[in-house]
Design a protein around this ligand. Structure first.
Ligand code: NAD
Length: 359
């Protein structure tokens, strides 16, 4: 029986990297029925929204989706489709493994960190008040009356909300993940010395949940110290659990440690649904050029296979990708020292398929 999977090509470089991923996934011998669904600026005119209901319905029905990146207009225009999708389907855990594959150009060796980022609350909940609006004025008045603080009249607000419920489920997810994948340590990151109520709550819950998993080591780090430690000695970290904003920033930092966004996969996981997508965005300047690295999307496909229980196929595909990286003959510009040595997106897929056929 083929697996029913929603396929969202996305925009920019999305269609190219998802096509390459679809090809390598099919080459593992596992069969899929792809339920194509479109979202983003291209569908805005037709549906009046960048995230039509049928896309969410398709994921709810299939429970699993593979997604390419989708462009978010900066400052104005519609809110992020990616954030709306995660919130709409309550995909509360963003899982981003960052691992150095031999042959990847990087200053580091033997890094193997998994960032588990809370996906639904914090500053990304989308509760904002624009400067000069009556709502912003009411908030300024409320703050002055209740806290005595003076907030400038020309302020805009983005509210940071961290709940006990949200913190508990993400930290539990991180410990369960650590247990399932035989990892040793969970590090929680926060800024609880400054944000005593929001980050303080996250930290208190993390400490409480950690007590339920005595076999796993637990530690916490202030996020600023964490970024410094990650750059100095990333090998000391294993599973990292973080509220939304810190998780977003630190996962890009970790992608940089292991060779860049071209090799950084990701998944957004809820209680009964999961959307697999690369960490990178739509890199619009490279659209349609057969240039960018599809491995981040392919490795997201590896995560999808594991999620589906197809562990043997996942291991074979990861090994094939690792071999192509190690050989260095069929890799894109981001993994070569000179552009002239680089191949295109589709050639990388051909090379991975060739490796799969050899095993
Ligand atoms: P980006 O990740 O799209 O690109 C930044 C740079 O990283 C690129 O210019 C390129 O040099 C490099 N890069 C990215 N992907 C690569 C790949 N596969 N291979 C090789 N190099 C790669 O980040 P951005 O420019 O900040 O964002 C572009 C758009 O993507 C924005 O609209 C942003 O909102 C959106 N975005 C979407 C998602 C998502 O859909 N989940 C995630 C991040 C950003």
């Amino acid at each position: 029986m083929p697996y029913n999977v929603t396929l969202i090509p996305g925009d920019g470089i999305g269609p190219e990297v998802t096509e390459a991923t679809k090809r390598v996934l099919e080459a593992t011998g596992i069969t899929f029925h792809w339920d194509l669904a479109y979202a983003g600026a291209d569908v805005l005119d037709k549906y009046g929204t960048p995230l039509p209901d049928y896309v969410l319905e398709s994921i709810r029905k299939n429970k699993v989706a593979l997604k390419g990146p989708i462009t978010t207009p900066v400052g104005t225009g519609f809110r992020s489709v990616n954030v709306a999708l995660r919130q709409g389907l309550d995909l509360y855990a963003c899982v981003r493994p960052c691992k150095t594959y031999p042959g990847v150009p990087s200053l580091y060796r033997n890094v193997d960190i998994v960032i588990i980022r809370e996906n639904t609350e914090d500053l990304y909940a989308g509760i904002e008040f624009e400067k000069g609006t009556p709502e912003a004025a009411r908030l300024i008045k409320l703050i002055s009356e209740t806290k005595g603080n003076v907030v400038r009249d020309d302020s805009s607000f983005s509210l940071k909300m961290i709940s006990e419920t949200g913190s508990r489920r993400i930290v539990k997810f991180a410990f369960e993940y650590a247990h399932a994948y035989r990892r040793k340590k969970v590090t929680a990151i926060h800024k609880a010395n400054i944000m005593k109520f929001s980050d303080g709550l996250f930290l208190a819950i993390a400490r409480e949940v950690a007590k339920e998993y005595p076999a796993l080591e637990f530690e916490d780090r202030l996020v600023d110290n964490m970024t410094m430690q990650l750059v100095r000695r990333p090998q000391q970290f294993d599973i990292v659990v973080a509220p939304n904003l810190y998780g977003d920033i630190v996962s890009d930092l970790c992608a940089g440690l292991v060779g860049g966004l071209g090799v950084a996969p990701g998944a957004n996981i809820g209680d009964d649904m999961a959307v697999f997508e690369p960490t990178h965005g739509s890199a619009p300047k490279y659209t349609g050029q057969n240039k960018v690295n599809p491995m981040s999307a392919m490795l997201s496909g590896v995560m999808m296979l594991r999620h589906l229980g197809e562990v043997e196929a996942a291991d074979r595909l990861e090994k094939a990708i690792a071999e192509v990286i190690a050989e260095g003959k069929n890799v894109t510009y981001d993994l070569t020292l000179a552009d002239s040595q680089a191949v295109g997106t589709s050639q990388v897929a051909d090379a991975v398929i060739e490796k799969l056929e050899e095993t």
